[in-house]
Design a protein around this ligand. Structure first.
Ligand SMILES: N[C@@H](CCC(=O)N[C@@H](CS)C(=O)NCC(=O)O)C(=O)O
Length: 257
């Protein structure tokens, strides 16, 4: 689990649960949703990605890739949204968001793994590709190149969004194909039970519902996935969805059809 050792006194002295997050970030939504569903108070550190507030030496001292979210829990740094979820679930086990069978836990592991390995090549490629607006300026690209010494792949991703024509259409379509397969699978699961892995909410639900907010904004073709749409409508009635997602991203309170 990415727990990052630090000897930085400012970070070590941070008390309580400190969440570094951004309103429109689907990865940040996961953590806000988890905390609000469990009713756990947290200290709000808003990192305005549009204003490139992640591109500072101070923030890179917390998150080694300068991404959101990051958590500092009484001086302990945890990053990667899936790892933060697992860390918090261990610390706050009630009510449980962990499936109670070994098979369910294996399914959950696979779904969480996708948020790690699939974020840039699939989720972000599709969202940035369809949004078609680079979020970096030449000046912030320069800052990014200086700060991202060990993560050239992040620099290369943003360079591609800035190239003429943006991300190549075949890459966006390849990502869309994977996502359609994921939503077909989720839709099938949701035709059989109320939550993704059964009759109980788990980290799989917390990790996946934020994709709706992000993709709906860029008109993902959700129409074939009727059970998924009903599931979104059920989520939208939950106070934690409203506080963690809806209030941060107005379009996420609408349904596409
Ligand atoms: N796999 C990581 C992805 C983190 C990530 O890419 N975060 C995005 C927001 S969702 C970000 O910070 N983007 C800023 C950038 O790319 O400069 C996670 O789940 O935490």
């Amino acid at each position: 689990m990415p727990i990052r050792p630090t000897d930085n006194p400012e970070i070590l002295n941070m008390r309580g649960l400190n969440l570094f997050h951004y309103s429109y970030s689907n990865c940040s939504m996961r953590i806000r949703l988890f905390l609000d569903e469990k009713g756990i108070p947290w200290n709000d550190h808003f990192i305005d990605l549009r204003a490139q507030k992640n591109l500072t030496e101070e923030y890179f001292a917390i998150h080694p890739q300068g991404l959101v979210p990051a958590l500092v829990d009484d001086g302990v740094i945890v990053y990667e949204s899936a790892d933060i979820l697992e860390y918090l679930e261990e610390k706050f086990p009630e009510p449980s968001f962990t499936p109670d069978t070994a098979e369910g836990r294996a399914e959950l592991d696979k779904m969480l793994e996708f948020t790690r390995s699939g974020h840039f090549p699939v989720i972000k490629t599709w969202a940035y590709g369809r949004n078609n607006k680079p979020t970096k300026t030449p000046e912030s690209m320069h800052k990014l190149e200086v700060l991202q010494k060990d993560n050239k792949w992040i620099v290369d991703f943003h360079k591609e969004t800035m190239a003429e024509g943006g991300i190549a259409e075949e890459k966006i379509l390849a990502a869309e194909k994977i996502l359609k397969g994921m939503f077909a699978d989720l839709d099938d699961r949701l035709s059989r039970h109320e939550w993704i892995l059964g009759d109980q909410m788990t980290l799989a639900d917390i990790a996946w519902i934020p994709q709706y907010a992000l993709f709906q904004r860029n008109n993902f073709p959700f129409e074939p996935y009727r059970h998924w749409i009903d599931y979104v409508a059920r989520w939208q009635k939950r106070p934690a969805y409203v506080s963690a997602i809806g209030n941060h991203m107005p379009g996420s309170m609408e349904l596409p059809y």
